[in-house]
Write a protein of this length. Structure first.
Length: 724
């Protein structure tokens, strides 16, 4: 049989993975190493060379787009449709299972899938009926916790909530929610996987179906699987099923949403006969870029290990730019993009990456001033983000009482008891007397026409707006913005949103204070505080009016490092490489979180095909105040011979002459006797973990994250640390 079309154009490692006869196979696929090609060709190999029925093959992906691409590519390779093959996402395949075995899963055939908004509405209703105040028990946090428990395979009676009042309260809602869904035949996304796992585990007939039908299971992006996904895979596979897990433990960056990088290691231990094949030949980047990525990721200890290489050119050195501040950094980004375009390249082949969404604000402003088209990949421009629009709505109504949309937005965010009935009454009064909504509100309050919680909320809102108008007469615009986001309750309101979403919204609100401070400093004429505020509103309105580039336009791509995974660009600019920003300050809590930050940096570096720029700022206005963080440890971990450093406004390029991180690390460990990640004990602060170190001799300093006291810098000569 001629199988040349399947094996042609594969390198040795790819061919070994495609033709492997091992029952259990782990393919460690490095960045840009042809992972999807291997998956597709392995499926084709099983159909044509091993004569397996396509219906006996299951391929699991993480996105519908990836599933559609995989199916399309294998059909093209085989020149035949794959009607009966189970190719889809975890949720899609779980849904298919539950539809087929709905009776065994205690569901009717017409069960309804709840989307996130529907789920939230039900949880809100249950909490309200239970007498729980939304301000104290935010429903989004409850929703996040319930989904998290489901991802860990826990029903309400599996949750250990003894002695924890918060858990006990949320778990009661979980039980009510679970009972309601069972009664009304409703299934949310977390339930799809949990119910699919339970029905295979507990029902012999269903388990027999999977064990006899599927001879081969292939799983993409294995490093991103969570607890319930991994357990489900173990249940549906029989002793005779071959499992191919394809992934990269060096690109596991979603721990914050439940992904378990440990599943990669667990797979090789669960199946002791597992063959490990490493795809290390990279078809994307230059040797210098790969050298930087390899050196960086070697500093992670919990990895199976691989070393990327390429037959491509050596490439240009990585350029390191030391900016004065975030505005200087943003101007540098704009200059590089302009030069890129001038050399005949496309903006769309360039990407600007950042750790935090809030960083985009300064970069966006610089690109707008330079008339460089840009697109926020997978997100919104800064002034289009919900939390920013909420804060700006307050600013608008303070200076323009006729701005009815700003009134409606600000009075509803955060909620303050002013419901739709009260708003309808305000609108009716405004229309009757031809006045603005805010004047209609004042009229209704004066007349006593609105009472109860709605009246109380409306009165306090009007008083707040009035106080803010007086406040700006004696205070700066940035002070007013800080007053708005804190005293209005906006900051606390958005902080209650669960997980990364709430943290990101808070960071964006803090960045808005920074934006107003920068604007104040840019004013050269003699203006009153009110005039400055009104001018600021005019400018951001004009900026917001600029159309974001469409998918068909040639535009630079701006995105977070998390959003960049799976993409590639000829030119990449990684910004904000400073301690506490990247690695993020929250990652200082543990070495495992620091390792995930390093993997995120590795992902960023390996997005670059030809040119890579890295930048950091000596000072950065973060969260409304100036910070002076040292350059990121990740810069030190890149070999010095791969980097050229460009100083601000000095157009000469000089070698990056700092010692490599490894050299510094070895010298420090030899002199001090304490290593990075070492657990230590301090007489006052208790137990902690060494996160960073600098200096030498009596002045040597260590940064330690103490379990009780938080992160602190200590001078070694006086710290009297004990190694644990």
């Amino acid at each position: 049989m001629d199988v040349s079309h399947i094996l042609d154009n594969l390198n040795d490692q790819q061919r070994s993975a495609v033709t492997s006869e091992k029952k259990h196979l782990m393919v460690l696929a490095g960045a840009g190493s042809g992972k999807t090609r291997v998956l597709v060709h392995k499926m084709a190999w099983e159909v044509e060379a091993l004569k397996r029925n396509p219906a006996s093959i299951m391929a699991v992906t993480f996105t519908n787009k990836a599933a559609a691409e995989m199916r399309s590519r294998i059909e093209e390779l085989l020149q035949a449709p794959m009607f009966d093959a189970w190719v889809g996402t975890f949720h899609g395949l779980a849904h298919k299972l539950l539809k087929r075995f709905h009776a065994e899963a205690n569901l009717s055939s017409g069960f309804t899938i709840l989307d996130s908004d529907d789920q939230l509405r039900i949880i809100k209703r249950i909490a309200k009926e239970s007498g729980l105040d939304e301000a104290t028990w935010p429903s989004r946090q409850t929703q996040w916790q319930i989904n998290s428990w489901k991802d860990d395979g826990l029903r309400h009676n599996d949750v250990d909530d003894k002695g924890d009042y918060t858990k006990e309260t949320i778990n009661k809602i979980y039980k009510e929610y679970q009972d309601l869904c069972a009664r009304d035949n409703l299934v949310d996304f977390g339930e799809l996987l949990l119910r699919a796992y339970e029905v295979v585990k507990n029902n012999e007939r269903v388990r027999e179906f999977f064990h006899t039908r599927f001879h081969s299971i292939l799983v993409d992006e294995f490093q991103d699987t969570n607890t319930i996904q991994y357990q489900w895979l173990l249940e549906i596979a029989s002793e005779n099923t071959s499992i191919t897990a394809v992934g990269d433990d060096d690109q596991s960056i979603y721990g914050w949403r439940g992904a378990k990088v440990e599943n990669v290691d667990s797979f090789t231990k669960t199946f002791e006969d597992t063959e490990i094949i490493r795809l290390e030949q990279n078809y994307r980047s230059t040797n210098i870029i790969l050298g930087a990525a390899n050196a960086l990721i070697e500093n992670n200890t919990e990895r199976l290990g691989k070393n990327l290489w390429t037959e491509q050119l050596e490439g240009e050195p990585i350029v390191l730019y030391q900016a004065y501040n975030e505005q200087d950094e943003a101007r540098f980004v704009a200059d590089i993009l302009k030069d890129w375009m001038s050399s005949g390249e496309l903006y769309s082949d360039a990407a600007v990456l950042y750790r935090s969404n809030a960083q985009s604000r300064a970069i966006e402003e610089a690109l707008l001033r330079a008339s460089i088209p840009y697109r926020i990949y997978g997100g919104l421009r800064f002034y289009e983000r919900m939390e920013i629009k909420n804060a700006i709505a307050y600013l608008k109504i303070i200076f323009n009482h006729s701005d009815n949309p700003a009134f409606e937005r600000s009075i509803s965010n955060p909620t303050r008891g002013v419901g739709e009935k009260t708003l309808a009454k305000i609108r009716g009064t405004a229309k009757q007397f031809n006045i603005s909504y805010i004047k209609a509100s004042a009229k209704l309050i004066d007349e006593g026409s609105i009472s109860g919680r709605g009246g109380s909320g409306l009165r306090s809102y009007l008083e707040f707006v009035s106080r803010c108008k007086e406040f700006i007469e004696e205070n700066l615009l940035s002070d007013l913005m800080e007053e708005i986001i804190k005293s209005s309750g906006l900051m606390a309101y958005h902080a209650k949103e669960p997980g990364e979403k709430g943290k990101t919204r808070v960071e964006n609100l803090e960045e808005l204070v920074t934006a107003t401070k920068n604007f104040e400093q840019s004013i050269t004429e003699d203006k009153t505080n009110i005039e400055i505020a009104e001018q600021y509103l005019d400018i951001i309105s004009l900026d917001s009016g600029d159309r974001q580039a469409s998918e068909s336009d040639d535009a630079a791509q701006l995105m977070t490092l998390h959003s960049a995974k799976g993409l590639e660009f000829k030119l990449v600019l990684m910004t904000g490489l400073e301690e506490s920003l990247f690695p993020h300050g929250r990652s200082m809590e543990s070495t495992s979180q620091l390792e995930e930050e390093r993997r995120l940096c590795y992902v960023g570096i390996t997005r670059a095909m030809q040119k890579l720029y890295i930048s950091y700022a000596e000072s950065r206005r973060l969260h409304g105040s100036d910070t002076f963080n040292p350059p990121s440890r990740f810069i030190r971990e890149i070999p010095k011979e791969l980097i050229n450093e460009i100083r601000p406004r000095a157009q000469t390029t000089i070698p990056y002459n700092k010692k490599s991180f490894k050299e510094t690390k070895l010298e420090f460990e030899e002199e001090i006797g304490i290593a990075l990640g070492q657990k230590v004990l301090h007489k006052t602060f208790g137990e902690g973990i060494v996160l960073n170190y600098e200096g030498s001799g009596d002045a040597a300093r260590v940064q330690i994250n103490f379990h009780r006291a938080g992160t602190k810098w200590l001078v070694m000569a006086y710290a009297k640390l004990e190694k644990i």
